[in-house]
Every structure is written in structure tokens, then in C-alpha cells.
Design a protein around this ligand. Structure first.
Ligand code: 3PG
Length: 396
């Protein structure tokens, strides 16, 4: 159920779970993307006369009131994004919360302090969930990026109040459905990043669902090593060679084409702008590291993107944070963006580094959907059920 099903909200206290786990440096928010994404839901409820009570976590204080993990520094940027004042309560339950909620007027917005200041949050303690629910008539979850956590403010509470998906959650679920649950085929997945070990479940799930799987970044080295290639000093999880072989076998059985780099940009040192050499993947010098996919690989990847109707992207294709090792990621991202702009491709991307990589390529706005979720996006790619979403469905 979405906000369309919530009925009249005027005068109602609406507890809205948002993700305000934003990047912060010395008490200042350094990237407001997550704040901007929750504005439509808050504005809609406030415009309908609802009293918005925001629930959120910040950091991992593990039940302690860590002063540097307070949500207070988010109040000002949130208020600016909304164009209206945002009140703040120093606790998410008990007297401070109760008093602040009672003082709210129709259309007002209140942010409650970090839910993780209480151990009951991560334990999904029923009494803590009840204490949170006591401040609301309705519950709205607009935090897809925290939906992989079965916590009191994401899961427990959704079973205690009439529960609805916020507009951000709704957009995210729609995009993910288009990306993998009910996509237009052929589907291509681009998976990069440093390590295979963190993405085994994800690769196993993807080979069963997509038509083409591009494996890039450091994790491609393990696959090249499993094929008997010498990857020199490259990052490589040699103990996972058998796992890599099994994934390739599973892909063959499922008719999924695996695309690995054919050439690589190598260097002897991991730093910006060192001397580089571009070589075929079977000619990597023994004293060098693979730091990016080469131009031939980019041609192959872009040609595969041309065949696809849907693209799902997680993880950069090279060490994109250092020039010139951002080249393959930027080229593929821009190619996918062009096809998206032309209406030929549905492109869905997510995961921490992915968003940074796409913004670096200047295409974050052009993709069909870029998720702000890290862990939740990965778990979704792994085919797992997300407790926060399941609880909404169960009570929807
Ligand atoms: C995130 O930043 O990905 C979410 O807010 C979840 O945070 P967590 O990994 O600390 O649960």
C-alpha cells in the first residue's frame, strides 16, 4: 500500500522511517542526496495536513548516546530542502518524543533522535517498537536503503500500525522490479568492485536471471586467474578460483553469457597517473597490477550494452577513484546513459561506489534509476527478501 491508500491524513501523526545515514564530515552533511530523496514523501504528508514524525538511524552507536552520532546536524539541511522548519526531539521514545509530538501542528515536521541510541532498535525488541509506535497513528516507510535490516523502526513497527510505502520506497521498488523482477530482455548486468568474496551470492543469483553478465574491477582478476592466466601483482583472491569456475559453469547452464576483460590497463604502482601499459589479459607483466579494463574490453562491453534492453549495474569496472583508471567505467557509463536517453535502455544502478562512479562519469541523472542504497541494493541483487519491505507487504 502506498500513500494513495492512506486516506485522510489531516491531524494524523504519521511516523515516517527515512534514511538520514548521510555522509558527514566534522558535523556537516557532505552529500544531501538521501535528504533530497525523502522530500516528496514528507511534503505530501505535510501538505495533506499530516503531522510528520521522522524516525531515522545514524551510524552504528550500538545503544549508546554517542554525541558524534546525533541526528541534530541533519535538521538544518533537511529544513532547507523542505523549505520549512523542522523540530527536533532529543530522544525517539519517552517524554522528549511525546512532548515534541504533542507540540506538532498540522503540516509540521519533527525529527526524532537516532533510533540506534537504544539497543532495542537493532534487536527489533517488541517493547521498543511499541514505544516508537505510541507516537503515531500511521507508519510510512520511505527508507528502502535500510530495509535489509530487521530493526524495530523498519520491521517491528510496520506490524503495529497501518503501514504504507513512501514515494521514495515506491520509486525504488518500481525501478528494481523493472531491473530484475520483471525486466524487458535481454538483460545485462555489470558487476565490478574489488572482491569476489563479497559478491558470491550476488553473482550466483544474477547468472540465473540475466542474459549477459559483465564482470569487471578487481574481482575480474580472480576469474582470469581461474582460467589459468597470470595476473601478475593484481588484487586476486586465488582461494576463490574454484568458486569462480562454479559461477562460470552455472552461467553456461543458465545460458548467461559471461563477459570478462580482454585487455587491461596495468601499472607497477597504485597511485594517480603512474606510467601505464595496456596489454592483453594473457600478457600481464609479472611485476604489474591490472587497474582498469582496456579499450578493447570497453568495445566488447559497449557492444553488449547495445544488445540489451535492460541494464543493472553494481560496482566500478576499474580503480575509478584514481585517474586514468576511471576510463572504462566512465566510457561504459556514458554509453549506457546515451542509450537510456534515446529510450532504448532501462538502466538501474546502485551500491555505494556505483553512485559515486556514475556521478563522476556525469551520468547519475541520466540513468533510469540510481539507488542510494548500499547493503539493501546488494541484498536485493542477491535475491534476498528485505525485512522492511516484507513487513510492509504483510501489513499492507
Ligand atoms: C546505509 O547507509 O546503507 C543504510 O543506512 C544502512 O546502514 P547500516 O549498514 O549501518 O545498517
Amino acid at each position: 500500500r502506498t500513500l494513495d491508500d492512506a486516506g485522510a491524513l489531516a491531524g494524523k501523526r504519521v511516523l515516517v522511517r527515512v534514511d538520514l545515514n548521510v555522509p558527514m564530515d566534522a558535523g556537516r552533511v557532505t552529500d544531501a542526496t538521501r535528504i533530497e530523496r525523502i522530500v516528496p514523501t514528507i511534503r505530501e504528508i505535510a501538505d495533506k495536513g499530516g503531522r510528520v514524525v521522522l524516525l531515522a538511524h545514524f551510524g552504528r552507536p550500538k545503544g549508546k548516546r554517542e554525541p558524534n552520532e546525533s541526528l541534530q546536524p541533519v535538521v538544518e539541511p533537511l529544513s532547507q530542502a523542505l523549505g520549512k522548519p523542522v523540530a527536533f526531539a532529543e530522544d525517539c521514545i519517552g517524554e522528549p518524543a511525546k512532548a515534541a509530538v504533542s507540540a506538532l501542528k498540522d503540516g509540521g515536521v519533527l525529527l526524532l533522535e537516532n533510533t540506534r541510541y537504544h539497543v532495542g532498535e537493532e534487536k527489533n525488541d517488541p517493547d521498543f517498537a511499541k514505544a516508537l509506535a505510541a507516537n503515531g497513528d500511521f507508519y510510512v516507510n520511505d527508507a528502502f536503503s535500510a530495509a535489509h535490516r530487521a530493526h524495530a523502526s523498519t520491521e517491528g513497527i510496520a506490524r503495529l500500525l497501518p503501514a504504507f510505502a513512501g514515494r521514495g520506497m515506491q520509486a525504488e521498488l518500481d525501478a528494481l522490479t523493472k531491473g530484475l523482477e520483471a525486466p524487458k530482455h535481454p538483460v545485462i548486468a555489470l558487476v565490478g568492485g574489488a572482491k569476489v568474496s563479497t559478491k558470491i551470492d550476488l553473482l550466483q543469483n544474477l547468472v540465473a536471471k540475466v542474459d549477459m553478465l559483465v564482470i569487471g574491477g578487481g574481482m575480474a582478476n580472480t576469474f582470469l586467474h581461474a582460467q589459468g592466466k597470470d595476473v601478475g601483482k593484481s588484487l586476486c583472491e586465488k582461494d576463490l578460483a574454484d568458486t569462480a569456475k562454479r559461477i562460470v559453469e552455472a552461467a553456461k547452464a543458465a545460458n548467461c553469457r559471461i563477459i570478462l576483460p580482454t585487455d587491461a590497463v596495468t601499472a607497477k604502482e597504485f597511485k594517480a597517473n603512474p606510467p601505464t601499459e595496456t596489454v592483453a589479459v594473457d600478457a600481464v607483466p609479472s611485476d604489474a597490477m591490472i587497474l582498469d579494463a582496456g579499450p578493447d574490453s570497453v568495445k566488447v562491453v559497449n557492444a553488449a550494452i547495445d544488445e540489451a534492453a535492460t541494464l543493472v549495474w553494481n560496482g566500478p569496472l576499474g580503480a575509478f577513484e584514481l585517474t586514468p583508471f576511471d576510463a572504462a567505467t566512465v566510457a561504459a557509463a556514458q554509453h549506457a546513459a546515451e542509450r537510456t536517453k534515446a529510450g532504448e535502455l532501462v538502466s538501474v544502478a546502485g551500491g555505494g561506489d556505483t553512485v559515486a562512479a556514475l556521478n563522476h562519469a556525469g551520468v547519475g541523472e541520466t540513468f533510469t534509476y540510481v539507488s542510494t542504497a548500499g547493503g539493501a541494493f546488494l541484498e536485493w541483487l542477491e535475491g534476498k527478501e528485505l525485512p522492511g519491505v516484507e513487513a510492509l507487504r504483510a501489513n499492507g
